[in-house]
Design a protein around this ligand. Structure first.
Ligand code: NAI
Length: 258
């Protein structure tokens, strides 16, 4: 049976690869992106998220079989917090009722290996308290103090923690909705393209994210892992962060950090 799958960030990179695979297997994808998707929306604002979730729910006839949140940005600024964190958690929360109406609903957020790296604890705390105003204030302070690069890892750490907590909270596992994170290492998409232009930056990146298994990933490599977690075949995996990173997380954290 074809499923209704809502994919944010469907216009580029991982979201576009996932959309193509889902469509090729006969599923109906409702793509959400800044422009060019079935639904044009700016997920950096509460109003944009609410409108997008409502339009996506409507387009699916009120029953959403899966939601995958791929929309994200790595531009060192406050958008990493508003899009990567609130654009994920707010959107998933808004679509939870439509997921709960499906027979075998699934939800997947895209995190990052960066979520294991040091961020700004104040930003993470405000995100997890669902306090966007305070999170933005801390993010603006980080930018003003020249610490904007801490915001991306902060947003991804907060996404992973939110998913682990929410997956087993009321309304998710008990409603039959698995909720997981796929956390890539370095993926060859428009987001990472600039980093490869500077050989020095490439060295820094390779040291920060060592990928001994098969090197940098293609967007399809990540999409295939998402595909399983979002499929009916995933009956019992929830609250997990699946690193699809060529061994980066195991290399960096070692065997004891499970
Ligand atoms: P990409 O830049 O190719 O695609 C991101 C998509 O998100 C774009 O279509 C963009 O228009 C959309 N988007 C950005 N801001 C938005 C907004 N305010 N509202 C609606 N849509 C918006 O990037 P990529 O690489 O496919 O990234 C997908 C996810 O994977 C992101 O969450 C990213 O943080 C994550 N990721 C990417 C890695 C990489 O090396 N490329 C590594 C680890 C995680």
């Amino acid at each position: 049976m074809p499923r209704n799958v809502v994919v944010t960030g469907s216009g580029s990179g991982i979201g576009a690869a996932l959309t193509a695979i889902l469509r090729a297997q006969g599923d109906r994808v409702i793509g959400v992106d800044l422009r060019g998707g079935e639904i044009d929306a700016d997920l950096s604002t509460p109003a944009g998220r609410t409108a997008a979730a409502s339009a996506a729910g409507k387009a699916a006839g009120g029953v959403v079989d899966a939601v995958v949140t791929c929309a994200g940005t790595s531009v060192p600024g406050t958008a990493t917090v508003t899009v990567n964190y609130f654009g994920t958690t707010g959107f998933l929360t808004a679509l939870r009722p439509a997921l709960a109406r499906a027979e075998r609903p699934r939800a997947v957020a895209i995190g990052s290996i960066s979520g294991t790296q040091t961020g700004d604890p104040d930003v993470v705390e405000a995100c997890l308290a669902d306090d966007e105003t305070t999170a933005l204030a801390h993010a603006e302070r980080a930018v003003a103090e020249g610490r904007a690069r801490q915001l991306y890892p902060s947003s991804k750490s907060a996404v992973a923690q939110w998913v682990r907590r929410t997956a087993v909270a009321e309304g998710w596992a008990d409603a039959g909705i698995p909720l997981n994170v796929v956390a890539p290492g370095i993926v060859l998409t428009p987001m990472s393209a600039d980093l490869f232009e500077d050989p020095e930056m490439r060295k820094v990146m390779d040291a920060a994210v060592p990928m001994p298994l098969n090197g940098y990933a293609q967007p399809e490599d990540i999409a295939r892992a998402v595909l399983f977690l979002a499929s009916e075949g995933n009956s019992h995996i929830t609250g997990q962060v699946l690193y699809v990173d060529g061994g980066a997380e195991a290399t960096l954290r070692g065997p004891a950090d499970l």
